[in-house]
Ligand binder design. Structure first.
Ligand code: F6P
Length: 565
């Protein structure tokens, strides 16, 4: 079944897949109530501790036999060999002929990894130490702007992987912000974004980090150009023309793999922090793309962040598949996507600080695994790419949980919670901490999702209260809705790194099983090219060139009319 040219496996034609299909037909209607009754030890047995993450997968619609068959599937797909090939730096991103080495970004300095003849660990640590030196200068106030003021705000200008990771982590680790630097993030081509983000900032104390792997992304270059104009206009207004010479070098740094384009933009390449083509954008928060985060939390906490990733990398590389948290997470994803036909996965952090985590995961998972062809170019033979979405609890409980509990769709969910709050100064009438209230919701929801409440139980309650019974069907909580619980001691830089690495590796394992290249993203290119082609059509005052289709043609003409062109 393995194609030697690409090592892609048509997994649906394997014996392991067939065994799972047959098993699914047998167990698909089993209820978690019965599964738990038949196997009371599963609440503690079906768990894995990976680093600081306690990963409880017992509330899934799987028996121990299901898990055995799923692990067989992983072995059939050669997950271990593929994992090792990735960690060694083989070019597993076949459509771009690149290594996939985000794990090298968090290797300790004394680790050895040479890829394509280069000492990767040395290069990584060289950049990390330049980042550390630079952020030390910012934080100590030694780095001064054009008028001699110290920098108070860094503005990260980037999009996709050059934005979502840093903004998510900045927000998640707000309690670790010390050193007097705050950050803002500009990503969207919508001018409202940059206008809003720059509002209230003083150009004299602002430094822009232009983060773009390719340094060719339209949104980022447009925003960076607007930022440069804002800076120079603002400095001129405040301090006169004389401060402008060399001002860009003092207020702009770049994070990129492309020195030529950085220098063309006018940023001194001495102030450029590099990374490598073997770091995918959506896997880059732990590269120089995390510079804004390091500026805010400092190099020591950033080192902790990297150490967290590395803890899970080690777990992923060494734990047997049966006790390997990312592997189990991936296998459950496959189980629901391909056997139960579930379309989406909810990610529900019970931490307001993780508000942007679902958005971050959307790029990580959907840009990686939203593919219709296998690595060898042949069509996939089963659905791929779960749709990730979510919001922090408890807010989501008052918005979409109704559908999770009683809707017709099966939505497996990941609940992420912490034993210690980031901060918890408030108490409620002396009854305990707000964090305990939050966490009681966390535990209650997974319990209700799994076990629900039967018509008999509800009837009994209503009868005891002497209330009419016609509401019974509306009140029935079907249960049997699967969830993973991830419990960690506290949302620290290390734990955040661990969480990200857990999902990164789960995405990889799903991709291996589906036989796809999880590390390219050709699907976003055509829209980018066509947007660039459409700019002159929208802005010209000449009669517009006809568009290929009548809908776009009419819309463009209408837009131009509304814009008075
Ligand atoms: O949207 C496609 C994409 O290439 C992402 O993969 C990437 O994270 C983002 O654009 C930004 O790219 P860059 O960092 O090169 O500006």
């Amino acid at each position: 079944m393995t194609d030697p040219a690409t090592s892609a496996t048509d997994i649906t034609r394997t014996q392991a897949w067939g065994a799972l299909s047959a098993h699914h037909a047998e167990v698909r209607d089993e209820h978690l109530r019965d599964i738990f009754a038949a196997d009371p030890g599963r609440g503690s047995d079906l768990t894995v501790t990976a680093g600081d993450l306690y990963f409880d997968y017992s509330k899934h619609r799987v028996t121990r036999e299901t898990l055995r068959l799923l692990v067989d599937l992983a072995r059939t797909a050669d997950v271990e060999a593929r994992r090792d090939a990735m960690l060694r730096g083989e070019h597993i991103n076949t459509s771009e002929d690149r290594a996939v080495l985000h794990t090298a970004l968090r290797l300790p300095a004394d680790a050895l990894l040479s890829v394509d003849g280069t000492d990767v660990v040395h290069e990584v640590h060289e950049v990390l130490s330049r980042m550390g030196d630079f952020t030390d200068l910012l934080r100590s106030g030694e780095w001064r702007g054009a008028t001699g003021e110290r920098i108070e705000t860094v503005v990260n200008v980037g999009i996709g992987g050059s934005d979502l990771g840093p903004v998510m982590a900045y927000r998640a680790l707000r309690a670790y912000a010390e050193g007097g630097i705050s950050a803002r993030f500009v990503s969207n081509a919508d001018p409202a974004d940059i206008i809003g983000q720059l509002s209230g900032l003083n150009p004299e104390t602002t430094l822009f980090i232009v983060a773009s792997k390719t340094f060719s992304t339209l949104e980022t270059l447009t925003n960076a150009t607007a930022a440069r104009r804002w800076l120079l206009d603002g400095l001129r207004e405040r301090a006169g023309e004389s401060v402008l010479d060399g001002a860009v070098a003092k207020h702009f740094v770049a994070v990129s793999t492309h020195a030529g384009r950085v220098s063309e933009f006018g940023i001194d390449t001495d102030n450029m922090f590099g990374f490598w083509d073997w770091v995918g954008g959506r896997y880059s928060v732990d590269s120089a793309v995390g510079l804004s985060l390091m500026a805010v939390i400092g190099r020591e906490q950033f080192t902790e962040f990297l150490a967290g990733f590395h803890t899970i990398d080690e777990h992923f590389a060494t734990a047997p598949l049966e006790q390997n948290a990312p592997v189990i997470a991936a296998l459950l994803g496959v189980w629901y996507s391909n056997f139960f036909d579930a379309d989406s996965r909810a990610v529900l952090p019970y931490s307001n600080d993780l508000k942007r985590f679902p958005a971050y995961l959307q790029q990580l998972t959907m840009e990686s695994n939203g593919k219709s062809v296998r690595a060898d170019g042949t069509p996939v033979t089963t659905s791929t790419g779960e749709i990730f979405w979510g919001e922090p609890g408890t807010n989501g409980q008052h918005a979409f949980y109704q559908l999770l509990h009683q809707g017709t769709r099966l939505v497996p969910s990941d609940f992420i919670g912490f034993a210690e709050p980031t901060e918890d100064r408030a108490t409620i009438d002396g009854e305990g901490s707000m964090h305990d209230v939050l966490m009681s919701n966390f535990f209650a929801q997974t319990k209700v999702l799994a076990f629900g409440k039967t018509a008999e139980e509800i009837t009994e309650e209503l009868e005891a209260a002497g209330t009419p019974l016609d509401v019974v069907p509306h009140k029935v909580m079907p249960g049997n809705r699967p969830s993973t619980t991830i419990l960690a001691p506290k949302l620290t830089p290390s734990v955040l790194g661990q969480l990200i690495a857990l999902y990164e590796h789960a995405v990889f394992v799903e991709g291996v099983i589906w036989g796809i290249d999880s590390f390219d993203q050709w699907g976003v290119e055509l829209g980018k090219t066509q947007a660039i082609e459409l700019v002159p059509v929208l802005t010209s005052t000449e009669s517009p060139a006809a568009q290929d289709d009548s809908s776009t043609d009419t819309l463009v003409r209408r837009y131009r009319g509304l814009r008075g062109r």
